[in-house]
Structures are given as C-alpha cells and as structure tokens.
Design a protein around this ligand. Structure first.
Ligand code: SF4
Ligand code: SF4
Length: 704
C-alpha cells in the first residue's frame, strides 16, 4: 500500500501481476545496463597502464570540489547554474528513484529513516527538485533549439550535429520528472477521492500542479493515470539507464570516476609508459599512441566522460584561429571510434592507426600545449598528455614536419634549435656596453655562485631576445644576487622538444643540463623563460629549486629592497599578457602584476582573457619552427584583445611571447600604436631611470 492506497505492484497490467511485470523490467534493465557497461569497459581493459591510485585523500578532496561542488561550472555562468541545478536535483531525486523502483517489486517500501517528519520534508524537497530539473530541461531545450550557442555547433569537417541526440535526452529526463510527479499527484488525488488524509504536496511544484489538474478526474481514470504514470516512469528510467552509455549522457555514470582519477599535477607530461623507467625505455618497442589501445585506460575514460559542452574548444586558441584542431572533437572522434570498434553487439574490430584515419597530422601538430582546454573542462579531461602521446607515436614513425626535423637535428648536434655553435651561447653577455654595467660570470668550476641564471636557447641566440637576458642579468646584479651562467655548458632545456614528442632527445638534453647544473654547485636557479622554468621545475629531477625572474623581483619589491622609478610616460596604458607556462601551468599570476603595480604612475588594464583564461600568443619552442594552416595568427588576436582593453603597451614575461607579439603587432599593422616589452626589460628600465629612492644595496641584499 502507498499512502493508504494500492501500490502499483499490487495491480494487474493486463494479465500480468504488477510485481512480476516490474521485476522483469528491473531484471532486464539492470542486465542490459551491466552488459553494455561491460562492453564499454573492454577497451579500457586493453588500454595502457596509468597510475591513478595514489593520494586518495587529495583525490577525495578534488571529488568534493569538482564533482560534488561543480567547481568549474559557473565559469560559463548561465549554463553552469543550469547544470548545477540539474546535478543537485539528480542527487536529491536519487533516493526517490530508488524507492520508486523497489516499490514496483515489493509493493510496500519506505527508505529507512524516511517514514516520519524526515520523510515528509524530503518529499517536499524532492517535489521542488523534480520541478526545477523539469524546468531546466525546458530551458536547456530552448537554448539548444532557439538560442543555439556557437560552442554547441558542429563544423562540417567534424561530422553531423548532435543536437537531436541532446534534445532527445533532455526530453527523456523531462518525461522522467513529469511521470514521477504525475504518479505522486494521482496518488494524492486518489487519497482525496477516497476520503483519506492526503499527503502534503509542495505548493507550485509539479505534483501540486498536476493534482490540481486531476481534482475533477473520476476514480477509475485516476487509477489509470496512477498506474500508467508509474509504468512510464519505470520504463523511462531503465531506457535512459541503458541509452546513456551510447552518447554524451554517459558522463552521468563516468564523471565521478573520471574526476577521482584525474591527473593531480600541473605542468608535467606523462611518462612514455607508466611503470617503465628511463633506463628501461630502450626495451619499449613502440613509443606513444598509434592505435586506440595505446591510450591509457584513464584517457579512454576521459573520452567516455565528455559532456560535449564545447567549453574546451571555445577557449582553444588553435580553434579560434582556424587551425584544424578542436579539442572537443579530439575526444568525440575517439569516443565514436571506440563505440564503433568495440560494438555492444559483436566483436571488437582491428585497431587501425589513428593518425591518418580519425586524426590528421596537422591536427596533432596544431596544439600549442597552452592548457586552456584543460583549465576549462568541468570534468577535468586532459588533452596535452594525449596530444604529446600521439606526437610520440608520429615521431617514432619518423612522421615529423620538415621544418621541425631541421630544428630537432640542430638540437641533437648543437644543443639549440638554431644550429649555432655552443661557444656562442654566452655571446649575449659580451656586448661591450652591457659589460660596462654588469659582469656575468660563467660558472666553470672556478667561479662559484649561489644562483644560476638559466638562459635557454632563444634568449641566448636571438638578437632581440638577448635584451631580455641582459635585463635579467642586470636585475640580478642590482639586487645583489651572486649569480652566474653555464655558458657553453648549457643546452636547450628540452621543454618543447618533450612536448613535441621527442622524448629521447629531451632526455639527452635534460641529462646534460642536470650534470652541468650539479657540477656548478649552485643552490638555486633563476630563469626569465617560463618554458625553461616549467622544464626545470617539473621535467627535471635532482636540480636546485627554480624561480622565474618575476617571482624574484616581486619578492624584492615586497621586502622593500627594490624600488622602481615612476613611468616615463604616464599616458601609456599597460596590459599584462600571462604566458601559458608561467600562468596556467604554474599559477604565477600575481607576482608579475604586483611588480607592475609597484611602478609609480603605471596605468594597468586587464584584457578580457587574462590569468587562467589567458589566450596563447602562438606557442613557444618548436612552435616557432612550425607554420600551421590558420586564418589568423594567435598573436594578432592577442594584440587586438590588448587594444580592445585600451592598452598601448603589452607586457609579457616570456621570450617566446615577445617574439610572437612583436611579430603580431607588425602583421596587425599596429606599429606606432602598440608596443611590447618584457617585464624584466621594464623593471630594468625603471631601476636605471633616475627617480625616487632605491632601497637596499648589493651588500645588504646579497645572499649568504
Ligand atoms: S592545449 Fe591549447 S592549443 Fe592545445 S588543444 Fe588545448 S586549448 Fe587547444
Ligand atoms: S572535453 Fe570537457 S570542456 Fe570539452 S566538450 Fe568535453 S566536457 Fe566539455
């Protein structure tokens, strides 16, 4: 009995007793779902290893933040709030769904603890939850059908649109909410007609509205509504359960696991093979991802967990400039491939090479590894590791763009991508005028120093970027840092070599540098290149702690040891461009801004896309040697963003950003109206300019 009336289980449906009918439906539903999920898990069992079972407490904390707390959803405010409401509604309604399903089998079931006041309160809350979820379905459908946000669109090159599937799923959920509410309303109306006490229905909720509509309905018709609504609810529930693993709604089941097992570190790249040390790599027959099964099980889980919300591609700079890359479709294409090759009915197909079939070469080379997609994804889906793994597979097959091959060869033979002689690496420090102001020592065993300035290739060899090197050295000198460089003993950090998939070359560069750094005896490292910073911090082991020059300057300013003169032209408006490998990958957002704000009279504005939403300048490292197909340069877009923010000076803190942005200023025809300067250059200028006091002396602030 339910509320004093016969339960759906006690009624007959044609010749079949309710208990039997609903038991069969439940059995079939659960069996089908289990079978489909087992089929979906098959490729995961064949995938590569991935160690995601460490640090359970941190993982649980992140689960609370990103799954339960829906942390990233409000980044897209309207859609995010709608999703949070649906998610909260589902959590509330899970208990009711369970109770309803058991009711059909047992005839009488109340969830333990839900019989008294707690149960009544829950009933009211869940009535509102069902109403809110139903309303959200309507709103979401209107957005899909009428408003059509651009990020949901499927460009022709990525196949047919998925709008119909999305609408169908929204409709199924709406039917589920409506049938559950109708069941409750008809139950209450029957109670009223039978003269018994009626259950409280939350005012203005769906059940409350339905009961008002049913108030004049005859008792026989009410029984039909009551039983029909229950049957519809149960059928919809099981249909939805079994349908979800065929499309975007699979994330309802997988998201919890996907977020729990998500990557914990930033700035790192996965090893070539989990569980295989560098020394054992020569025994690995094939590097990277070539066929689907070369992805790790977690990467496959990522594919299943994508909600197709389009946020990653919406933020992707490669997608924005028309490169043949849209991270959303990297995932969707892999998921479609998995569904086709591991069908629910039938045997798995043969694994074909992914690049050349579902992915194009340009697509995989188009990524700048900026991390914008990963920062945005509410389900913590990773892209960079997958792209690097696909590149490793291409490099292993000798499938590398010509322009990059040349740079890689030069890196192998000379330790820099330009093919310049090793002994010329410290030439930047030998300019006569510079030497008069600053003496840069080469740490060759006889000249010791506490700090190593790691210069890296572009600053060492590019004429324009050498100015950043000299400014950095002067700042270190000014703050009394006993520092030196490795000179000819330094090789490229290998940061971007690794991200281009050339792991063995990266390892050779890293090992050489680690040996040279250790031999120098320094206690810490400073660099002005965020790529070198990221490599030294995350890709290298057994080296002293590393800081970016902006962190050093900010600390000196905070400590009152470094004061900066007022800006020369107070009419200039500055915008800080966050380099991806300083900002998103290492979370250094405030220090560069604090330094700028410490310059008296400096007017600073923020670009619309700043901090963790910064827009990549076009990429560094080997990206400078690759010309992808694109309709516009990323740097040009970035320069326009600065102009829109009202700036006429772009400050950055990365030699690669400087290269791309200065180039973009010319391409955009904005010379004379826009300039770019590195933070180190600006600070160097402000130290050198006559102005108010400069607190601290070399002796006072020198490191012990
Ligand atoms: S890392 Fe950057 S460029 Fe690469 S797919 Fe993600 S957003 Fe696009
Ligand atoms: S990967 Fe993440 S952000 Fe991109 S479409 Fe899928 S769920 Fe959305």
């Amino acid at each position: 009995m339910v509320g004093g009336i016969q339960s759906p289980a006690q009624a007959n449906y044609g010749p079949i007793p309710g208990e039997i009918l609903f038991s069969i439906i439940a059995l079939l539903g659960v069996a089908c779902f289990t079978y489909i999920v087992m089929k979906r898990m098959t490729p995961l069992l064949r995938g590569e290893r991935d160690f995601r079972f460490d640090q359970p407490l941190i993982r649980l904390g992140r689960l609370a933040q990103f799954w339960l707390g829906q942390w990233k959803h409000p980044r897209y405010r309207f859609a995010g709030v709608v999703h949070i409401l649906i998610f909260a509604g589902f959590l509330i309604l899970a208990t009711r769904a369970f109770a309803l399903l058991v009711l059909g089998i047992s005839g009488h079931f109340i969830v333990p603890g839900f019989s008294g006041l707690a149960g009544q309160m829950y009933e009211a809350i869940k009535d509102y939850a069902a109403t809110i979820v139903f309303s959200c379905m309507v709103v979401a459908a209107v957005r899909r059908i009428v408003i059509k946000p651009a990020r949901y669109a499927v460009p022709a090159e990525y196949g047919k649109g998925r709008g119909a599937d999305a609408i169908f799923l929204l409709a199924l959920i709406a039917v589920l909410m409506a049938s559950e509410s109708l069941f409750k309303a008809s139950e209450s109306a029957l109670q009223a007609q039978q003269g018994g006490g009626t259950e409280f229905l939350a005012m203005l909720s769906l059940p409350w509205m339905f009961r008002n509509l049913l108030s004049e309905t005859s008792v026989p018709a009410l029984w039909n509504v009551y039983r029909g609504a229950y049957l519809l609810d149960v059928l919809t529930f099981y249909f939805l359960l079994c349908y979800r693993p065929f499309g975007i709604q699979f994330h309802v089941e997988t998201s919890l696991f996907n977020i729990y097992f998500a990557k914990l570190e930033r700035g790192t790249v996965k090893p070539v093979r989990w569980g295989v040390s560098d020394e054992q790599l020569d025994q690995v027959k094939s590097f990277g991802v070539k066929k689907f099964e070369d992805f790790t099980w977690k990467h496959m889980l990522d594919f299943y967990s994508c909600a197709d919300c389009g946020r990653c591609s919406d933020q992707c700079p490669a997608n924005a400039v028309g490169r043949p890359l849209s991270p959303r479709f990297l995932t969707i294409k892999a998921r479609d491939y998995s569904f086709q090759h591991y069908p629910v009915l039938g045997n798995p197909g043969d694994g074909a090479a992914l690049v050349g079939s579902i992915y194009s070469e340009d697509e995989i080379w188009s990524c700048t590894t900026c991390g914008a997609c990963e920062e945005e994804c509410p389900l913590l889906i990773q892209y960079i590791d997958k792209i690097v793994d696909l590149r490793r597979g291409m490099v292993d097959d000798g499938n590398v763009p010509k322009s990059i091959q040349k740079a890689l060869k030069a890196l192998e033979s000379r330790g820099n991508p330009y093919g310049k002689m090793e002994k010329k690496r410290a030439e930047w420090a030998k300019a006569k005028e510079f030497q008069e102001t600053c003496d840069v020592r080469t740490l060759n065993g006889t000249h010791g120093a506490g700090t190593l300035y790691f210069v890296d290739s572009i600053t060492s060899f590019d004429d324009r970027m050498q100015a950043i090197g000299r400014a950095t050295a002067r700042i270190l000198d000014r703050i009394g840092e006993p520092f030196g460089i490795l000179g000819g003993a330094e090789k490229d950090s290998g940061h971007d070599v690794r991200r281009f998939g050339e792991e063995t070359l990266f390892m050779a560069l890293r090992d050489h540098n680690v040996e040279a750094i250790q031999a120098s005896g320094v206690q810490r490292i400073v660099t002005a290149d965020p790529h070198a910073y990221n490599a030294l911090k995350h890709d290298y082991k057994d080296v002293p702690p590393v800081e970016h020059i902006s962190q050093v300057i900010a600390r000196e300013v905070r400590a009152g040891k470094l004061a900066l003169a007022p800006v020369e032209d107070p009419d200039n408006v500055y915008a800080y461009h966050d380099p991806c490998y300083l900002g998103r990958h290492n979370q250094v957002y405030d220090d560069p801004r604090n330094v700028l704000d410490a310059i008296p009279g400096l007017q600073r504005v923020e670009m619309k896309r700043c901090r963790d939403r910064s827009f990549c300048c076009g990429g560094g490292g080997l990206m400078l040697f690759y010309e992808p197909q694109e309709t516009e340069r990323m740097g040009v877009k970035r320069v326009r963003m600065a102009a829109e923010a009202g700036a006429n000076v772009i400050v950055t803190a990365c030699p690669f950003c400087m290269t791309n942005i200065e180039d973009a200023i010319k391409v955009a025809g904005m010379e004379g109206r826009m300039t770019a300067i590195d933070l180190a250059e600006l600070v160097d200028q402000q130290i050198a300019r006559p102005g108010p006091l400069q607190i601290g002396t070399r002796q006072e602030s020198a490191m012990a």
